[in-house]
Design a protein. Structure first.
Lengths: 269, 271
């Protein structure tokens, strides 16, 4: 036994990421790709190439926009429930319960078919500047996915805000920070760091909720795969490609959140 | 202010007021039906080190936390640096600070050190120390960092500046918390049982830092269970019993010749 305190050094880095087990996996993957190329039909691909790219792009921007808007709503929703007066906490809790308690598909259809058929009955809406947008499907898709993300993440943020130890906020108060400064400098960052791993998983779930927008005629990547099947009677190949697309996007989301998490070098709390 | 230097009277109860750092008068605090403080008065002049001692539940921590309104007193007068904290009743009949700006300004000159350290866990030690100077007091970042370096060096944590609190020992965290308190150039330092949450072998290093501060003439109010330490550094000792000042005086009298039976018993029980 050495008397010296053991010095923590990261384990020596492998010279390359190419290790035997990885080579094996790569070989399997390559074999699968070759098999898929040789034994499956991909002749439809050139014709739908442009549409598929548009679909991927639409899936991604819907995901990004609804998550961004959703988290902006989730913070006040969480804060209201964790620390707000009852007249803010109660509606926030009601909203979260209602949205989380009903299927997203139902909300989507209620908004699209409900609001969508209500709006044209009012001439002033039909003649407003917003009408060119309101007669399209995507605003309803964005709205319902945003509300859904807000409700789920509002609940996550409630827990995260409530989980910040009292002493952390008390110290901020004792040093004369204003309420806003305590929120911005201490409470919000600590709550956000706590919530980050959960948010990563929730964002992946949000990605996989996006195909629902295909049911209200928004042409996302899922919708493109459906169209290929309808028009060419080829079923498996588009679905396989679809699975690949979602896996790649999931990989990117996980990677980005890992990057974000690694910038938080502390065990919080 | 020139009188501060000439004040020869060591008694914290002197009435001249010029060098008075802290003044508390007939402070009451109720938690619901529980009457924790039943009219406590206390006064500290510049350079005083006031030790508040007493059994658990005697109200000593509550008294300290009322000074910067972490707990709002139910009634009473608190003056810091000659400025009285304005209080008002809220819609539920609870007493709260009347002027948020005033209480925030007063708090920013009271350096509080907590039993459980409460360093901000998402900030490095250096960031903890410059947080209040930069974001509350408006000190330039470069200047704040330079001062923080000096302070961290002083408490023996210069090489830990970029470490997060989770990776520091309790003693190191508490010394860091003292540096954070010093960084605001506090008018009065408030210590709330600063060594109670520490492992026995870490108590010494923290007491040494606090002792040094006391000896250099910092004004402080210290709630503590360390009787030996209180006797060593305090200029005035207050013994609280059941929400009232049972006995107070210079440490030699309090520990050497206690008058009240309860204090005698308390000192015996502490050993």
């Amino acid at each position: 036994m050495s008397v010296d305190a053991p010095v923590m050094t990261p384990p020596a880095r492998a010279p390359s990421w190419l290790k035997p087990h990885r080579i094996g996996l790569l070989a399997v993957a390559l074999a699968l790709v070759i098999a898929a190329t040789l034994f499956m039909r991909w002749d439809w691909l050139p014709r739908y190439y442009g549409l598929a790219l548009q679909g991927i792009w639409r899936t991604i921007w819907i995901l990004v926009v609804t998550c961004a808007l959703g988290i902006m709503l989730a913070v006040p929703l969480g804060l209201a429930q964790a620390a707000g007066p009852w007249w803010l906490a109660a509606p926030a809790r009601g909203f979260c319960t209602m949205i989380r308690g009903t299927p997203l598909l139902l909300q989507l259809w209620l908004l699209y078919y409900g609001l969508g058929s209500l709006f044209p009955q009012f001439p002033w809406i039909r003649h407003s500047e917003l009408w060119p947008y309101l007669r399209q499907a995507w605003p309803y898709a964005v709205l319902s996915l945003t509300l859904s993300y807000a409700a789920y993440e509002g609940e996550v943020m409630r827990g995260a805000f409530a989980g910040v130890p009292r002493g952390q906020l008390e110290a901020a108060r004792a040093y004369g920070m204003s309420r806003w400064k305590i929120f911005r400098r201490i409470w919000m960052p600590q709550a956000f760091y706590r919530a980050l791993p959960t948010l990563a998983g929730e964002t992946v779930l949000q990605l996989k909720a996006t195909p629902l927008v295909a049911t209200i005629t928004v042409v996302d990547i899922y919708n493109v795969a459906g169209r290929v099947r309808q028009e060419t009677f080829i079923t498996y190949e588009p679905l396989l490609l679809l699975a690949l697309v979602y896996m790649v996007i999931t990989g990117i989301i996980v990677f980005l959140f890992r990057r974000l998490e690694s910038r938080i070098p502390v065990k919080i709390g | 202010m020139s009188m501060a230097g000439t004040a020869a009277n060591p008694s914290p109860l002197a009435q001249d007021g010029a060098a008075e750092a802290l003044h508390i008068e007939s402070l009451h605090k109720k938690f619901g039906d529980l009457h924790v403080l039943k009219g406590v008065s206390l006064s500290a002049r510049d350079g005083d080190v006031i030790a508040i001692i007493g059994g658990s539940g005697s109200g000593k921590s509550t008294l300290l936390r009322c000074i910067n309104c972490l707990e709002n007193p139910t009634s009473g007068v608190i003056r810091v640096n000659g400025e009285q904290i304005r209080l008002k009743a809220d819609s539920h009949g609870h007493t709260i600070p009347a002027d948020r700006r005033q209480i925030e300004r007063i708090r920013s000159r009271l350096g509080m050190v907590f039993q459980s350290f409460n360093l901000w866990s998402h900030l490095t030690l250096l960031e903890n120390v410059i947080e209040v100077p930069v974001h509350v007091l408006g000190v330039k970042r470069d200047k704040a960092i330079a001062e923080a370096q000096t302070l961290l060096d002083r408490v023996g944590l210069a090489e830990k500046r970029d470490v997060y609190p989770a990776y520091l020992s309790g003693g190191q965290q508490q010394r860091g918390a003292i540096a954070r308190a010093l960084a605001i150039q506090p008018r009065v330092m408030l210590f709330d049982e600063p060594t109670s949450a520490l492992d026995p072998e870490l108590v010494g290093e923290v007491l040494k830092v606090i002792g040094d501060l006391a000896r250099e003439g910092r004004t402080m109010v210290l709630v503590t269970h360390e009787m030996k330490f209180a006797r060593e550094v305090a200029t005035h000792v207050v013994y609280l019993y059941n929400g009232l000042v049972e006995e107070e005086g210079p440490p030699e009298e309090i520990f050497g010749a206690p008058k009240s039976e309860r204090l005698k018993q308390f000192i015996r029980s502490i050993g």
